[in-house]
Design a binder for this molecule. Structure first.
Ligand code: MN
Length: 136
């Protein structure tokens, strides 16, 4: 999955957290690099900061949604601005989920899992990890 974040401490936090949950995070620090990276490796999820240099996270979300190959990739926005209307703006731009900073580790991880499950990316993994279930 692709992490777009310009703060080194947050990059480390998000990447460590995701790796601990069995994911393979790739981080970029700039929205301009994010589009290139997303086209190159087709992430199963994009996690983006909103306050970014050059191109804001909101604009990145709009650009991803306008891209024929990337318009269906789930997007989770993470932002320090928890002001009124922020979540609406983020969702209006096309993100599926919104997590405010400082993050709750549990909420961050749960939101990632929910988005992967909704998109179907997590379904295979869940089935493999649950060999005991037999639907009758
Ligand atoms: Mn930032």
């Amino acid at each position: 999955m692709l992490i777009v974040e310009d703060n080194a401490l947050n990059i480390k936090l998000f990447c460590d957290l995701l790796a601990a949950h069995g994911h393979q995070p790739e981080a970029v620090t700039d929205s301009r690099l994010a589009l290139e990276a997303a086209r190159a490796f087709r992430p199963e999820l994009v996690i983006t900061d909103i306050q970014l240099p050059h191109v804001s996270g909101l604009e990145l979300i709009r650009l991803l949604r306008a891209d024929a190959e990337l318009k269906t990739v789930p997007i989770m926005a993470v932002t320090a601005y928890a002001g009124q209307g922020d979540e609406e703006r983020v969702r209006g731009a096309g993100a599926q989920a919104y997590v405010s900073k400082p993050i709750s580790v549990a909420r961050f991880a749960a939101t990632v899992d929910e988005l992967l499950a909704e998109s179907g990316a997590g379904a295979t993994k869940a089935a493999v990890m649950d060999p005991g279930s037999s639907p009758g």
